[in-house]
Design a protein. Structure first.
Length: 363
């Protein structure tokens, strides 16, 4: 009976989440779409004003499209590796889970990660999508929490190793390198620690979250704060139970770590493919990878959707000196198409049919 009430409460919570997405967040998401469009248009205008139309056309006619295709291959490897890392813990709890659904959920997560500051929107939407196929929210959050910890641990370890090997280059080439590195590593470590804390120590996490909930109630952002606190406590209990089961699967965790490492490696490799596509030869593959790894680490602290402007500025700062004159701005555009705009388009491709089906079924 208690489990039934828990499931009922969880369904109520996810319905409330759906209402919040539909009513409260539409304006915010629309604003983010407009902001992303403005950034894209600003990048195009900047390119035209700096490089000129003739130079842009000349650069595009000399692009090596074999390397462009190689970039798309890296992008596909990244998507499938990340989807596999998400699929493993969900499959453990729900043996009937299909990889195609995990891939869809992952791409919808990428869409909302790119549309929200600090990539905070992806996980709630993934939980919502999984709930529509019968997965409990607490189970989905547990799976995503383990994936997050594994993926971020892989990213931090990979970046730490490559930065150590290229420390002299970074410290000489980048102003405030040490400060940026400390902030980037710290932000990622805080995120990992918060998830692990929720999985191991309920008292610690509730002592942090409950005062925040009560404060939000006082300033009229939340209603029925004590009910919210009780629901949060129940969710933490369910989360901890599943988190404990999943983290005990050492073989599965290892597979997730390998998949996440492959995901990161493919992501970093895209920059090298862009570099070669524009006719550059002077820098080797293993010199590009540390630069891109460091850029991804620092992008985590940029609060705009998809790290907009900060990502482009960081790419310009890191790679301007190694690209052929007149090609860096087009390279930035190509890189952002791979890592930002195309994932948004593909994520929307998976989301829109689902939203239309829901709208039709409710009418």
């Amino acid at each position: 009976m208690e489990e039934k009430n828990s499931k009922f409460q969880e369904n109520s919570d996810i319905n409330e989440l759906n209402v919040n997405i539909d009513k409260q967040n539409k304006k915010k998401m629309a604003f983010n779409f407009v902001l992303i469009a403005i950034i894209f248009i600003a990048l195009i205008i900047y390119m035209i004003s700096v490089d000129g139309i003739d130079n842009i056309v000349n650069v595009l006619t000399h692009v090596n499209y074999s390397w462009v295709i190689a970039g798309f291959v890296c992008l596909l490897i990244q998507w499938f590796s990340e989807s596999y890392a998400l699929h493993l813990p969900i499959k453990k709890m729900y043996p009937n889970q299909k990889f195609s659904n995990s891939f869809k959920v992952n791409m919808i997560g990428q869409l909302f990660n790119n549309l929200t500051p600090f990539s905070t929107g992806g996980q709630p939407m993934q939980a919502y999508e999984l709930n529509k196929t019968g997965k409990r929210v607490s189970d989905s959050l547990s799976a995503m929490a383990v994936k997050f910890v594994v993926a971020q641990s892989s990213l931090l370890l990979f970046t730490f190793i490559v930065v150590i090997f290229e420390f002299d280059f970074f410290s000489k080439s980048l102003q405030n390198f040490l400060w940026l590195a400390i902030v980037g590593f710290s932000m990622n470590l805080i995120g990992i620690s918060a998830v692990i804390l929720a999985g191991f120590n309920k008292k610690a996490i509730t002592s942090i979250v409950n005062p925040i909930i009560r404060f939000l109630g006082k300033i009229k952002i939340l209603k029925h704060t004590e009910d919210v606190i009780e629901n949060f406590s129940n969710s933490i209990d369910n989360f901890r139970d599943q988190f404990k089961i999943i983290r005990s699967e050492k073989a599965m965790i290892l597979k997730m770590f390998i998949a996440s490492t492959l995901q990161n490696f493919a992501n970093f490799s895209i920059t090298y493919m862009v570099y070669r596509a524009f006719g550059n030869f002077g820098i080797g593959f293993w010199q590009i990878i540390p630069l891109q790894a460091f850029l991804v680490l620092v992008m985590a602290v940029i609060p705009t959707p998809g790290a907009g402007l900060g990502a482009e500025g960081g790419f310009l700062l890191l790679f301007n000196s190694i690209f052929l004159p007149g090609t860096i701005n087009m390279a930035i555009l190509f890189w952002r198409l791979y890592t930002f705009y195309i994932p948004i388009i593909v994520g929307a491709f998976f989301l829109i049919p689902t939203s239309l089906k829901e709208k039709i079924s409710t009418n």
